[in-house]
Design a protein around this ligand. Structure first.
Ligand SMILES: Nc1nc2c(c(=O)[nH]1)N[C@H]1C(S)=C(S)[C@@H](COP(=O)(O)OP(=O)(O)OC[C@H]3O[C@@H](n4cnc5c(N)ncnc54)[C@H](O)[C@@H]3O)O[C@H]1N2
Ligand code: MOO
Length: 415
């Protein structure tokens, strides 16, 4: 059987970062910057006041105190946004607001709280040093310097920096558009009644949410039955709106496992057994690509809901990261002490057990404890909902004692 690591490598080969597009700032939120961003101008662009008060020559207020204030005529009034060129001479001052340009000749700003607040002649009751409450041009960013490196995810702070440097549009890797399609004759839309032998469909909801959590654009097609022609035509019909197609179901050994049947024939999608549980049967490859049309990667995940979930975190999420322009990385791991034994694990397969990870500073070996859920069936969703981590049981192990220190994969939240 194929190793988990080899399958990750094969999946990552399916796609490169999506070609950058120029987009306005808010649309770029959550996307990944394609080129380094440099500031064409200095920030701040001019010397300005950081407080509401009076621009002065510091030496004029050097001896100021409440008992003997320095009295200065106010020769100008400078609000933020004032475009006039103001100047003060020795013995003069200008009223100035936060963010307003410092008049030439001024060397400091006295906050209004250190004065009587007058507008004709102001009494200053406290000395200010040179540079007091002055924000110098370029003290945040020098003109021409890099403010963001390529590959950065644009969140609130990054958008603020770009906007402040005057950048109105930005080149980013677009968010991958992921079409999620489940298959299975037994599936019924939640909210509708079940007939005999039917179950409510859940995989497409889980994967759509996981795609959104991974910062991508999700398009829930929903589900179709197991009829091969319908599967083939539906897949064909979604290619023009997908950067990646995810399917679930129909990839194992059953007589009606039609996804495998339809796609194996094309020769561009491979079906393999990965040495893991859950998530053993996996398909990966590309669709389309003939006559100059783009080849669209497809991952066909197993139908069992927990298998699909684990497959998403191990294989799909790193691929999505790569397509978004991020460096694909395995899910974050910690070492933790088992709070209960693991009674059985299949020899030769790596098991991923749904578990609750907790931090306890009194515990040795890093402080983490982990409690595997009691229900570990690939169909048992209730344990998945309470889990924040997956215990990794190595391939050779068939059981683990309570207290063993194990690798634990932390399940990511929304990003
Ligand atoms: N003879 C063998 N049988 C099976 C093998 C095997 O190696 N030999 N592998 C098992 C493993 S492991 C898995 S995982 C499943 C994968 O099967 P499929 O991908 O073909 O999935 P289905 O058969 O279509 O469904 C499996 C299971 O999951 C339920 N399901 C499917 N889709 C959904 C959905 N969208 N929402 C909720 N539940 C879904 C479905 O009803 C089945 O119970 O094969 C094993 N069998
Ligand atoms: O590998 Mo299946 O994914 O055990 O349930």
């Amino acid at each position: 059987m194929k190793s988990v690591e080899q399958h990750v490598r094969d999946v990552l080969e399916l796609a490169k970062p999506l070609d950058p597009v120029e987009t306005d700032l808010l649309r770029a939120h959550g996307s990944v910057l394609a080129d380094p961003a440099t500031s064409p101008a200095a920030l701040p662009p001019f010397d300005n006041s950081s407080m509401d008060g009076y621009a002065v020559v510091a030496s004029d207020v050097a001896g100021a105190a409440p008992e003997h204030p320095a009295r200065l005529p106010v020769v100008a009034d400078i609000p933020a946004g004032d475009t006039a060129a103001h100047e003060i001479g020795p013995g003069q001052c200008a009223r100035i607001m936060t963010g307003a340009p410092l008049p030439s000749g001024a060397t400091a700003v006295v906050p209004v709280e250190w004065t009587d607040g007058a507008t004709g002649e102001v009494a200053v009751t406290r000395a200010a040093r040179d540079g007091n409450a002055v924000r110098r041009a370029g003290e945040d960013v020098d003109a021409g310097t890099e403010v963001l490196r390529a590959g950065v995810r644009l969140g609130a702070a990054e958008l603020a920096v770009l906007a402040a440097t005057g950048c109105g549009t930005v080149r980013v890797h677009p968010r991958p558009r992921v079409v999620v399609l489940s298959t299975g004759e037994e599936l019924v839309e939640p909210g509708r009644p079940l007939g005999a032998g039917q179950i409510h469909e859940s995989n497409s909801f889980m994967l759509t949410a996981a795609v959104l959590d991974a910062g991508c654009a999700a398009d829930r097609y929903g589900f179709i039955g197991d009829e091969p022609d319908t599967i083939a035509s539906t897949l064909e019909s979604v290619l023009d709106r997908a950067d990646l197609v995810l399917t679930t179901g129909g990839v194992s050994m059953g007589a009606y496992d039609a996804v495998k049947e339809v796609l194996s024939k094309r020769g561009t999608v491979h079906f393999e057994k990965v040495a893991m549980q859950p998530g053993m049967p996996q398909g990966f490859g590309v669709l389309g690509g003939a006559e100059g049309t783009p080849a669209t990667p497809i991952l066909t995940l197993p139908g069992n809901p927990v298998s699909s979930f684990v497959s998403f975190h191990l294989f799909v999420r790193p691929l999505l990261d790569r397509m978004r322009g991020l460096s694909p990385a395995p899910p974050p791991m910690v070492r933790a002490r088992l709070s209960a034994p693991v009674a059985s694990s299949p020899s030769g397969k790596r098991s991923f057990l749904r578990a609750a990870l907790a931090y306890d500073s009194t515990v040795e070996d890093g402080g983490y404890t982990v409690l595997p859920a009691t229900r570990q069936g690939s169909h048992q969703l209730s344990a998945l909902a309470g889990a924040n981590a997956l215990v990794v049981v190595p391939e050779p192990a068939t059981e683990l004692a309570e207290g063993s220190v194990v690798d634990v994969l932390r399940l990511p939240g929304a990003s």
